[in-house]
Design a protein around this ligand. Structure first.
Ligand code: ATP
Length: 351
């Protein structure tokens, strides 16, 4: 394999650039030309790529975002439009790009699986702040996002403490509660509420039922009152965006009215000055932490090694601090877990 493409797809995450940079070095060492494809699968479809040389990637490891830019390419997501789009991408690459590195989340992995099955061998790197990919302990960008959550909430806590406030903090992660759980532990949250634990009945679509809503609220009210009785004057309630932030196609959040409504319900029931802070896109950006840069560099280097040896349809993962690879088909079937022990810990250390 002498010509490899690399693209970033789905949401951007800090560390993607370090992976791209490492791939350039690894390719160069093996006499492979590496092409940077712009805007994810859209660039592949439009034939929008350039050779990546050392001067183009010299200092990018320290930058958040992705120099390749990213996009959600809808024709791949739509089963009726997918096959012609895949065929077009494979045809564009014929004689020019022999293999592809895809950095993104599980949606991007499905695109890579299709491309591999239709003649363009792909290797994937897990790049998402959500840490929602089951086959790897960490995704590229998660550590930076977790540190961003911690720094933002430390600042919010300063003002909450000064004004005796109860703050609902909505944290990103799609359906995965990793950032919420570990952000909550890092910040001494009074409560951490997730989709994965707590025994609530969250619907796939639409609002939670009235019984779930009542229990959900009463658990949080009890928690705040207990913390107040223990002498605490401010309360940080970490809530996963899947509960208060993600809207379904009808514009409904699982908790009716979202984080603002939850703050009002808690304020009314506890007498606390309750407000919400939706951390939002700040969690995606920023300079990658050392951990993200190192993991991304290891993974970018490893991915080139796989393709150079003719191995494809793999996801590069980190497991118990060792970089290894995993079959994409298996990876996409693995259920994502979140430590019940750490969920228990978050509640034990929270008053
Ligand atoms: P993030 O976790 O940051 O959202 P992601 O890779 O999961 O990243 P998606 O929006 O789900 O983000 O997918 C990114 C792109 O991957 C889509 O825009 C589409 O081009 C492609 N893709 C998604 N789902 C599929 C699918 N089922 N088959 C083929 N391609 C897909």
């Amino acid at each position: 394999m002498k010509h490899i493409g690399i693209l970033t797809s789905g949401g951007d995450s800090p560390g993607m650039n370090a992976a791209v940079r490492a791939a350039v070095f690894a390719a160069r060492a093996q006499g492979i030309t590496l092409y940077g494809i712009q805007q994810g699968y859209r660039g592949l479809y439009e034939g929008n790529w350039d050779e990546l040389t050392l001067d183009k990637v010299d200092a990018i490891h320290a930058q958040g975002g992705t120099i390749l830019r990213t996009a959600r390419f809808m024709p791949f997501q739509d089963s009726a439009r997918r096959q012609p789009a895949i065929d077009q991408c494979v045809a564009n690459c014929a004689g020019k790009i022999d293999g592809l590195i895809v950095i993104g989340g599980d949606g991007s992995f499905r695109g890579a699986q299709d491309l591999t099955n239709h003649g363009l061998p792909c290797v994937c790197l897990p790049g998402t702040i959500d840490n929602d990919i089951a086959c790897t302990d960490y995704t590229i960008g998660y550590d930076t996002a977790l540190n961003t959550v911690m720094n933002q909430v430390d600042a919010i806590a300063d003002t909450a403490r000064s004004h005796d406030r109860c703050m609902i903090i909505e944290v990103m992660g799609n359906k995965a509660g990793d950032l919420t759980l570990y952000g909550g532990i890092a910040c001494g949250a009074t409560a951490v509420v997730l989709m994965e634990h707590g025994g609530y009945r969250f619907p796939e679509e639409g609002e939670m039922d009235a019984e779930t809503k009542a229990r959900f609220e009463s658990d949080l009210v009890a928690r705040v009152l207990k913390a107040k009785a223990a002498g605490k004057n401010y309360f940080l309630i970490f809530v996963a965006e899947g509960i208060t932030g993600k809207k379904d196609k009808n514009g409904k959040t699982r908790y009716p009215g979202g984080a603002e409504a939850l703050a009002k319900a808690l304020g009314d029931a506890t007498g606390a000055d309750a407000r919400c802070d939706i951390l939002s896109y700040v969690q995606r950006g920023g300079r990658p932490t050392a951990r993200d840069r190192v993991i991304a560099t290891q993974m970018g280097d490893y991915a080139v090694g796989l393709l150079a040896r003719g191995i494809s349809n793999r996801v590069v993962v980190i497991h118990n601090e060792v970089i290894m690879d995993y079959d994409i088909n298996q990876a996409l079937k693995m259920p994502k877990g979140l430590s019940a022990a750490d969920y228990g810990l978050a509640w034990r250390v929270s008053l």
